[in-house]
Design a protein around this ligand. Structure first.
Ligand SMILES: C[S@@+](CC[C@H](N)C(=O)[O-])C[C@H]1O[C@@H](n2cnc3c(N)ncnc32)[C@H](O)[C@@H]1O
Length: 327
């Protein structure tokens, strides 16, 4: 059993990565390791020494193993205590074909539809997104009766999250949502059935300038949508800022920086044929949005992990909260 789960006590992380890679290349369905229980070194940084009995170990917080599994496309089982201050890790390769994305038979407008695998993903279960959206909403600081436009609203799940994080929105806000998925829009309509306040439109974003969406908005939100194939994010942003936003209105734009594979949310935007995340397209898009919003008198915040959020609020507006934690 020892050889099946070697004790890796003082080896550097590079050797551990090498060991895992070579086991996987040999075709191992599971890689087992015995490492120092992270609780033995709580308060130390990764790599700092901890002596247990006769043996000197390198401490590694649990987060190191979680990150390693994430970056190597592996599933980390719940670590179990394994005697002598050790913990047994089991890492299994994810099935790269276990994706939620439908095949080519599904029309492009229904890729994210109500019956699609995308509905398995609950964004409200991503701690980073929940915390970042909460901060973004504090910065925006919406008052009673605020009008919110959601581009790529899908089934309206994120509007429900906004209402939970900013209860005044759930009480008195007006939601307008646009999406080209007819099935998703139908669900959004049933979720927000008060048609005196809420309005959902099935349409292409390219048709946005022609859509009768009513009075300008206090907040325009687009999460995971502007980077979609066929969407001209710059044209949409210009139209939103110049035609759809109140002069003191705000925007929250989100771009995915993750992939969903075999039940796991893997950090980092991927490009075809790249083994590790490649962020140049994401950075280019975010840089444009940030600069454009700044040129249109918005103070801009860029936050987030699995979803990078670009929040633009009117610069100098009284009432906007600068959410800052002391360093
Ligand atoms: C990745 S999903 C994001 C959905 C939701 N905002 C979220 O964050 O979970 C992208 C959404 O944008 C919609 N969408 C993509 N391209 C579109 C287009 N050209 N016109 C209208 N809607 C589009 C899709 O149907 C889908 O609901």
């Amino acid at each position: 059993m020892e050889s099946d789960a070697p004790v890796l006590a003082s080896e550097p992380l590079t050797s551990i990565i090498e060991h895992i890679r070579s086991r996987l290349l040999e075709g191992a369905g599971v890689v087992r390791l015995r490492v120092l229980d992270p609780d033995r070194g709580a308060g130390r940084y990764a790599g700092e020494p901890v002596v247990v009995g006769e043996r000197a170990h390198r401490h590694r917080p649990l987060r190191v193993w979680v990150d390693l599994a994430d970056r190597m496309g592996l599933r980390l089982s719940t670590p179990r205590p394994d005697g002598e201050g050790l913990m047994r890790l089991e890492l299994r390769p994810l099935d790269p074909t276990a994706r939620w994305e439908p095949g080519d038979a599904v029309p492009v407008t229904e890729k994210y539809g109500a019956g699609s695998g995308y509905q398995r993903i609950d964004k409200a279960e991503d701690p980073g997104l929940v915390l970042d959206l909460a901060d973004a909403l504090e910065r925006v600081g919406l008052g009673p009766g605020a009008r919110v436009l959601d581009l790529g609203v899908n089934t309206g799940e994120e509007l429900q999250l906004l209402g939970t994080l900013w209860p005044e929105l759930a009480r008195s806000g007006c939601f307008v949502g646009v999406d080209h998925s007819a099935s998703a829009i139908e669900v959004a309509r049933s979720r927000f059935s008060d048609s005196t306040r809420h309005h959902f439109v099935c349409a292409e974003l390219a048709a946005l300038p022609e859509l009768p969406l009513g009075e300008p908005f206090d907040l325009v939100i687009a999460l995971g949508t502007l980077h979609s194939p066929g969407v001209d994010d710059r044209a949409v942003l210009r139209h939103v800022v110049q035609q759809r936003l109140r002069s003191n209105g705000s925007v929250i734009l989100g771009v995915p920086n993750c992939r969903y594979v075999d039940g796991e949310q893997l950090h980092g935007a991927r490009m075809k044929n790249f083994r590790q995340p490649e962020l140049s397209l994401l950075v280019k898009g975010v840089a444009f949005w940030r600069r454009y919003l700044q040129q249109h008198r918005r103070k801009v915040y860029v936050t987030g992990k699995h979803t990078v959020l670009v929040t633009g609020v009117p610069s100098g507006r009284a009432g906007a909260v600068d959410v800052a934690a002391p360093e």
